[in-house]
Design a protein around this ligand. Structure first.
Ligand code: ADP
Ligand code: MG
Length: 684
């Protein structure tokens, strides 16, 4: 028998303790920063005669009657009285103990909302407390915290109060740097947890109160400091200086392109070339609307790196997109004598080993694939440039993995990220403060605008009729369904069913199916048939959302359009309108539409401009959700609102360099207090 352990096992955690952990309330500072959702005012008594309909108040009165009435339904009626009038309390559900308690009580303090009816003032199910004449009133507003079923409000109140008392809230910032009129962090938190009776509930509610402002400023400052720190660390790193060779691949590619670069493409390509020529690692985001032609700009950057004798890795978030890049770049670059390797999760066995060897030996000058390209086993001989397409689609963990991978290189490679989702200015100043941004603000010429139409589900037949005619005329169509094989409970047409239906409704047309659960080989085969024009209708889930490029496709139908986000709808729509054929996007929705659903479809119908879409999306959703919180790290901002708090952001941004230079210890403590381990994520 093994000996019994010397220390007893830890006491099992209570349900509220577990619930607190789930809410992330672990450290004292976490508790101190767990702010009330709202407040109850138990600091004053309202005279009964002054009660107004629907206003939450506290009253106090003597009990003049307490009885159970049986007439229409069993209920407990309690009548109380103060100097100004009487109030009826009505309980439809009650315990005998409550009845006993109230009939024995002389005086009650009551919180609730009054109804003023035919029989006078009454409250239904108020909160009551037995008091006597000199029971004191609360000194501060009573906080109501975000809680859960396992976490009673009273328990949480106690926990927060003691966390607040214990937390280290020392002032970290030197005197005079905090914007004028803002209290210390300690005072701010004290105020927000226990506001005095005179506090403006409005200012607390809309977060305009100076105590709130201080909190937001602190948070934004920590975020700015961590970004600046990352930027400075990067500036110390050394990267190979990459320059195109005269008469080399870069010139060759430019000459061989079947089109002229747009002015915007030429400008951003030049910005990138200048970055690459410097011995510090490039950290640039290339943003441009769907279809603006980012791929060729990436290819040109790759050509510069390869000309200079280095390797380039190009990563895309999905196999379909990676494959498409592979085809396009092979088509452009192999005639110029380039070796391109292809690496995704589904490349296996000998082929995979061959690719790995080619990357490790440096024989493959360009490696294209999914995030498989940055897995541990993949080694590069001389990686000079990494390009990440649709970077916001990569998760934070993947971006961190990439960063760590790049770190292990002898010389730091340059990093170019691409995205079709434009970043609003305030976001660029915060999460992407450590990033240079180039923007393609023009589409290639000859594109005909996409017309967007919105129909309810009941018009689906008419849409199918139109498609039948268009297909007969040689058009190619995407038909997008939101989900495949969802639980029966969710009333969505799944893609498989839609595929069967459309195949029956469009006799003679080739209707294909593409969804996330197919094998990569099957997906590739379907895409190839659609690309070549052999297939006219492609029923697909959102796997086609990102970057798919079939210029001949001119019609898109999106079913259950109300279920998609605005950015996603715009991305999807970007799959058509890529050629010279006039394109149409049909959005089918099932009523009733929510207000935001309405606003999204309206935005889609009114504009095709990605920047305008982004602006509206920001208005509809708010910046917290803008980039999709999972990807952006935007959920890391708990208190500040990038749109509303732009002035605080500007102040924090201005302060960060000085603080980092002159008070490095305070700066580090500030980042630790606010971001803890999250600081790493902000650099991803
Ligand atoms: P995105 O920016 O969405 O990634 P792509 O790089 O896929 O856009 O380009 C969209 C389409 O436009 C592709 O078919 C591409 O070959 C074509 N294209 C890119 N640049 C130009 C240009 N300057 N003139 C004409 N067509 C172009
Ligand atoms: Mg693209």
């Amino acid at each position: 028998m093994p000996e019994a352990a010397a220390t007893p096992p830890p006491a099992p955690k209570s349900a509220p303790q577990k619930a607190m952990e789930k809410l992330g309330l672990l450290r004292d500072i976490d508790l101190a920063l767990h702010l009330p959702l709202r407040y109850e005012d138990e600091t004053r008594i309202t005279p009964i005669a002054a009660l107004r309909e629907g206003e939450p108040v506290q009253v106090e009165g003597v009990v003049i009657d307490c009885q159970v009435e049986l007439r229409s339904r069993r209920q407990l009626l309690v009548r109380v009285k103060d100097d100004s009038g009487t109030l009826l309390l009505r309980f439809l559900h009650f315990y005998p103990s409550q009845q006993k308690q109230m009939s024995a009580a002389a005086r009650l303090r009551i919180r609730g909302e009054a109804r003023v009816g035919f029989f006078g003032r009454e409250m239904v199910h108020p909160v009551v407390k037995v008091v006597d004449e000199d029971t004191p009133l609360a000194q501060a507003l009573t906080p109501v915290y975000p809680a859960s079923a396992q976490l009673p409000q009273a328990y949480l109140r106690k926990a927060v109060a003691s966390g607040l008392a214990r937390a280290d809230l020392r002032e970290l910032l030197p005197a005079g740097v905090v914007p004028r009129g803002l209290p210390s962090l300690k005072d701010a938190l004290q105020y927000l947890h226990h506001p005095p009776p005179s506090a403006s509930q409005q200012a607390l509610h809309d977060h305009s109160h100076p105590a709130w402002q201080r909190l937001k400023f602190e948070e934004l400052l920590a975020q700015q400091l961590s970004q600046l720190q990352a930027q400075r660390e990067r500036a110390l790193l050394v990267a190979p200086a990459l320059k195109a060779k005269p008469g080399g691949l870069h010139e060759g590619l430019l000459a061989a392109l079947p089109f002229q670069l747009t002015t915007a493409q030429a400008r951003v390509a030049e910005e990138i070339a200048q970055d690459l020529a410097r011995p510090q690692p490039t950290h640039r985001l290339l943003q441009g609307d769907v279809g603006s032609g980012k791929t060729v700009v990436a290819a040109l950057a790759a050509a510069v790196a390869i000309d200079a004798g280095w390797q380039c890795a190009l990563m895309a978030p999905t196999e379909i997109l990676a494959e498409q890049h592979f085809r396009k770049l092979v088509q452009w670059l192999e005639p110029l004598g380039l070796q391109v390797a292809w690496l995704t999760g589904s490349v296996k066995g000998k082929t995979r080993q061959k690719m790995l060897d080619a990357a490790a030996s440096g024989e493959a000058q360009l490696v294209i694939g999914t995030h498989a390209v940055i897995e541990d086993k993949v080694k590069f001989a001389r990686l000079g440039l990494a390009v990440i397409d649709e970077q916001h689609r990569f998760g934070v963990a993947q971006r961190l993995a990439l960063r760590n991978k790049l770190k292990s290189m002898a010389l730091e490679p340059h990093l170019l990220m691409m995205s079709a989702t434009p970043i609003p200015r305030t976001l660029a100043m915060t999460y992407f403060a450590d990033l240079d941004v180039s923007t393609i603000d023009e589409l290639p010429p000859g594109r005909s605008p996409i017309v967007t139409k919105v129909f309810t589900e009941s018009k689906r037949h008419d849409v199918v009729d139109k498609i039948r005619m268009a297909v007969a005329d040689g058009a190619q169509v995407y038909w997008v369904c939101p989900l495949v094989e969802e639980s029966e409970a969710v009333d969505l047409r799944n893609a498989t069913e839609t595929h069967a239906e459309l195949s029956a409704e469009l006799p003679g047309a080739r209707v294909g199916l593409l969804h996330g659960r197919m094998s990569p080989a099957d997906k590739a085969a379907v895409m190839a048939q659609f690309s070549s024009g052999a297939m006219s209708v492609l029923v697909a889930t959102t796997v086609i959302e990102v970057g798919v490029d079939v210029p001949n496709a001119s019609l898109m139908v999106i079913e259950h359009a109300e279920r998609f986000g605005l950015a996603q709808l715009h991305q999807l729509r970007g799959r058509v309108g890529r050629g010279s054929v006039a394109s149409v996007c049909v959005l089918i929705y099932s009523p009733p539409l929510s207000d935001t659903g309405k606003a999204r479809l309206k935005a889609m119908a009114e504009t095709t401009d990605g920047f305008e879409i982004a602006r509206r999306d920001l208005n509809i959703r708010g910046p917290g959700e803008f980039m999709g919180s999972r990807q952006s790290g935007a959920e890391l901002l708990r208190f500040a609102d990038l749109q509303e708090d732009a002035p605080l952001l500007v102040a924090a941004r201005a302060l960060a360099p000085e603080l980092l230079d002159r008070h490095p210890a305070a700066a580090a403590a500030q980042v630790r207090r606010w971001l803890g381990t999250k600081a790493e994520y902000l650099k991803a």
